[in-house]
Design a protein around this ligand. Structure first.
Ligand SMILES: Nc1ncnc2c1ncn2[C@@H]1O[C@H](COP(=O)(O)OP(=O)(O)OP(=O)(O)O)[C@@H](O)[C@H]1O
Ligand SMILES: [Mg+2]
Length: 241
């Protein structure tokens, strides 16, 4: 489904990803792990075509994803229907004046009929337990509530691939347990999950694979989640625990 070949990315003159090679199959559930600044968020931004590689190739469903392709609004919409992104910082994701509008925004862009939009928004409000917040201004919500709204707005689009950047950050224990169950349920329903995380305590049983980035912005290890997480010596050496 997803193929990254020799991907490199540099912010001005600062390397953030160095020669990254990854294949991802439909239905996988992948933890993106690594120390601060190793390139996890950059990797997710690339997958979401928010930025484009300086070197290498990104292929999604046999189509190379690049700036040229996505200049065509039709291709852009099609791509964003397939891949959804929950940002590390919810404030950069939420911009509408009510929670309802926020979740409906992408659906309006897709041109869905009003009845379908209302149904999807109400399903997602229920799923994330935020029905009571639907008339609130997202700006006035707590961090955990904002995160739920951001997740709802992504799920409303029903993407095949859901990418999340540190979704457990600043969430209380009950919220983390809720999020864990949600990720497991989404993956069981066939969604591909790709999630950057530092929060190992609350993610047991969520992921089948881990990709570990190093301080050198390269992939240090790519393998079965349970095996990698058991390897304390490796995790210490790479500043993960
Ligand atoms: N907009 C930017 N401009 C310049 N440099 C950036 C920018 N965003 C990230 N970087 C740099 O790129 C590198 C990778 O950053 P990235 O945000 O991908 O790391 P990360 O693994 O997500 O870290 P964290 O665990 O802190 O979220 C870092 O050295 C960072 O300083
Ligand atoms: Mg990050």
């Amino acid at each position: 489904m997803i193929k990254l070949e020799n991907i490199s990315f540099t912010y001005k003159n600062k390397i953030a990803l160095d020669n990254v090679n990854v294949n991802i199959e439909e239905g996988e559930s992948i933890a993106i792990i690594g120390p601060n600044g190793s390139g996890k968020s950059t990797f997710l931004k690339l997958l979401n075509a928010i930025i484009f590689p300086n070197g290498g190739k990104y292929v999604f469903d046999n189509t190379e994803i690049n700036e040229d392709l996505l200049k065509d609004n039709k291709n852009l919409k099609l791509f964003h229907k397939k891949v959804g992104f929950v940002f590390q910082n919810s404030d950069t994701q939420l911009f509408c004046s009510t929670v309802f509008e926020e979740i409906a925004f992408g659906l309006l862009q897709m041109g869905l009929p009003e009845s379908e939009i209302n149904k999807r928004v109400s399903d997602c409000l229920n799923l994330l337990n935020i029905d009571r917040l639907k008339e609130e201004h997202p700006y006035n919500l707590s961090g955990g509530e904002k995160k739920r709204v951001a997740i709802a707005s992504v799920l409303a689009m029903n993407p095949e691939v859901i990418t999340l950047d540190e979704p457990m950050n600043g969430i209380d224990p009950k919220g983390k347990r809720f999020l864990r169950e949600l990720l497991i349920a989404l993956n069981k329903s066939g969604k591909t999950i790709i999630c950057a995380t530092h929060d190992f305590e609350y993610i047991e049983g969520v992921f089948n694979r881990a990709i570990v980035f190093s301080d050198e912005h390269r992939i240090a290890k790519d393998g079965i989640y349970e095996d990698i997480i058991k390897d304390e010596e490796f995790l210490r050496r790479y500043n993960i625990i």
